[in-house]
Design a protein around this ligand. Sequence first.
Ligand code: MN
Length: 239
Amino acid sequence: MRPRIGLSSSSIDAGAATSARRCGVNCTYLDWVTREGGAPLMLPNVDPDAATAMLDACDALLLTGGDDVAPLLYGREPERQMGQVDAPRDEFELPLARLALERGMPILGICRGIQLLNVAAGGTLRQDLASDPAATVQHRMKTAGGPAVHHSIDIVPGSRLHTLVGHERMAVNSYHHQAVDDVADGFQATATSADGVIEALEPIDDRNILAVQWHPEVMPCERAESRALFAWLIEAAKG
Ligand code: MN
């Protein structure tokens, strides 16, 4: 039986020709979940009252990449350089993530997913690394051609991430301009870039939760370090 993996979705700007609001998920996430043995279920951004019943249909949750989380949701004012916010998504995904945490569901967070998870659990975010003098590594890569890695990360020995990827240092891609600031209670940073930016979060206990700041799903399908993360989620979802 394929476990059912719920994936959070982004609002899609339908353009000037129509006022219809749409939701979508990059197929890279859907393809990875399917290839590693799961059945992906897209979770549209609707009234959060529906989140409980929607999660009932899922065995695990994948919090996907997307726009910036609205700063008021973690108790801060917006800084000048922060990016676009997806309000319907914030309004649905934050309660969704909190519900999944309450239920002890397996969760994999990617990019915005690590940020949203941290906010859902009570943490805060850095709003723009590019204008932050402390962030000396380039975290928003600009590359022509296919998937590539961009900067290194150091992984805490003995962490879940270390167990899964098998190295204490690895190269990752980087397509973000925000990052985790204060880590939520009950969580710990288990990977950082050379400038100290948090690149992975895990719970301090053995809950099946892992979140990363890079994009394993845009790497080639034979990449072992990406396969390990998706395979872990599928196995955890089989519970
Ligand atoms: Mn990065």
